[in-house]
Write a protein that binds this ligand. Structure first.
Ligand code: SF4
Length: 279
């Protein structure tokens, strides 16, 4: 069995930076309360817990004076205000790419535009971006705008992990409804776009794909969709133990890719397991 790695895969700079920041902060403060998991990866979350990074889901769970970490996905504007009001130490690991999307949303809203975000309305990053619009933003999961009531002029942007091949039809749908006076701000993340592109390139050269990452990671799930859309059998695994050798049997070549929140060590373990199967 031939194993081929995608040219671009795994941990992105935003996730790497966030992990380093909270590790350093935990060493300084003892315990750091992360508002949601720093990375959508159970193994990394468990390892960080061992060095003092505790996941909480709201500020109410953080004791007085406790250090609070904002994840790479960013936070809602009022959460940052409440942390400041409470005078708690804040470790802001918001990815600079996400920060730019928040700023773009805020600027568009200040300029009097309604802000239409292509992304998952329940995702913390999208909730955060919307919060910077002062109530002028709405998120859409598809190019079906339904009969949402939106005041023109509008600005359009994307969840950073959105795939441009889906964002473009969304922009077309908005243009169809509002004409050419729309501000399109491409807030997709170049690192994730590179991973989708590399997966598309690889999928045409192999008989099956293995995508390493958690089911809670938006771009891992999207990578799986990208590979399946090409009609190739695709298996998502969170770790080497989840590789199903029976499912891969008979495939002469396997492509390997991984979501932006999958650590190098996990990718390497999966690669070793696949190579052992291929002997
Ligand atoms: S995928 Fe992109 S936007 Fe998301 S954390 Fe990584 S670098 Fe930042």
């Amino acid at each position: 069995m031939r194993i081929v790695r995608a040219e671009s895969l795994g941990f992105c700079h935003g996730v790497r930076r966030a992990v380093e920041r909270v590790e350093e902060a935990a060493a300084d403060h003892g315990t750091v309360h992360s508002l949601g998991p720093i990375v959508h990866n159970e193994g990394v979350t468990a390892r960080l817990a061992n060095v003092g990074v505790k996941v909480v889901w709201s500020l109410a769970e953080v004791p007085e004076g406790g250090a609070v970490a904002i994840t790479a996905h960013g936070a809602e504007a009022d959460v940052l205000d409440r942390i400041a009001e409470r005078g708690q130490p804040r470790i802001d690991a918001t990815c600079p790419v996400v920060r730019r999307a928040q700023e773009a949303a805020a600027e568009a809203a200040t300029a009097g535009r309604s802000v239409m975000v292509y992304g998952d309305p329940a995702h913390p990053e999208v909730r955060g971006i919307l919060s910077w619009t002062g109530g002028r933003g709405v998120a859409f999961e598809s190019a079906d705008l339904g009969n949402a009531s939106i005041e023109p002029p509008v600005a359009v942007l994307a969840q950073t992990t959105a795939d441009p091949t889906e964002f473009e039809p969304f922009v077309d749908a908005v243009r169809l409804r509002f004409g050419d006076d729309i501000a399109v701000i491409d807030t997709t993340c170049p690192e994730t776009v590179r991973r989708y592109r590399a997966a598309r390139e690889l999928v045409g050269r192999v008989d099956g794909m293995v995508v390493v990452g958690s089911r809670t990671s938006a771009n891992t799930v999207r990578l799986v969709d990208v590979c399946r859309a090409a009609g190739v059998p695709t298996f998502r695994v969170a770790s080497a133990e989840e590789v199903d050798e029976h499912a891969l049997m008979g495939l002469a070549s396997i492509g390997l890719t991984a979501g932006a929140s999958t650590p190098d060590a996990v990718i390497d373990e999966v690669l070793r397991r696949l190579r052992r199967l291929g002997r």
